[in-house]
Design a protein around this ligand. Sequence first.
Ligand code: ADP
Length: 336
Amino acid sequence: MSNLKQSENSHGVRKILVSGVKPTGRVHIGNYFGAMKQFIDLQDKYESYIFIADYHAMTTVQNRAELMQGIIDVALDYLAIGLDPKKVTLFKQSDVPQVAELTWMFNCITTVPYLMRAHAYKDAEAKNKEINVGLFDYPLLMASDILMQNADIVPIGQDQKQHVEYARDTAQKFNRIYGETFKMPEHYILPKVETIPGTDGKKMSKSNENIIPLFATDEEIKKAVMKIPTDSKGVDEAKNPDESLLFAIHKLLLDGEALKNLENKYIEGGMGYKEAKELLIKDLTNFIKPMREKREMLAQDMDTVFDILKTGGKRAFMNAEKKMKEVREKVGVEIY
Ligand code: ADP
């Protein structure tokens, strides 16, 4: 058996982690448990590059003030959940414009039918949405983000799995045409939290109006929980926790003894849904309040937040420039 650490390569060097969140609408507990929490849990072990996907957001946000505010919001979100800028390179995607350059090169080696298989594109098409070229090209921009920083792992929710496959295919294709250039990234998805349900039971998503915002006010927490549908079982009746949406959300917040206790309350009967909702409101409030307060504190000093982004942006830019020098040489545009 090898005694290599999973987070290190064969030279004992830390592996590279890359992921991002789009600055569109409010971050929710689905984003947190599905992906962002893993950024925190892994920040000591991996050399991490975490970005604000502002170029990606432009496929839907075409309003200057809204985009600017969205970027600021995600920066605050990242810091409030505990990303440590001393450990992690935190940056905004547009500070690495080389990703657009690399996307162009990927565009030229990718066929249209292949991109037409993307779930996000197919969904948009099924809903008869107007599809811009940016949305269609989204997987290749994401491939550029990942491959540019030489990622080994990409922590994401299940909905993004196909995008990492696109990144792998694209790396392979480029390497085949131009010679070994890009490392093969792997997705990092925790099965227990791969798809967090929203307050209506469908996947929690900013576009589904079913979210519990990660920095919700106490009022918003109450309102969101009260919306969660339950069956009509009475107080005394035994309930199957695995069939309860309320429990599916509640169990994110508990482990060990506390989780077992709640599970038993469902199974044994004696707890009505009113009480179950009150308990969830209490636990959500205890979980959210300290982060919300930290976020409010951080927002008082935006100069520091901007400095963090600028520093991270410079570092990510330098990595990208190094990578692109190699890429430009390989494709044949670097002639001097
Ligand atoms: P959204 O899907 O809400 O628009 P993003 O696309 O910015 O949010 O997603 C940020 C991260 O959160 C991605 O890794 C995505 O896979 C993850 N994620 C989003 N929604 C969920 C969910 N309901 N369950 C698990 N992970 C999710």
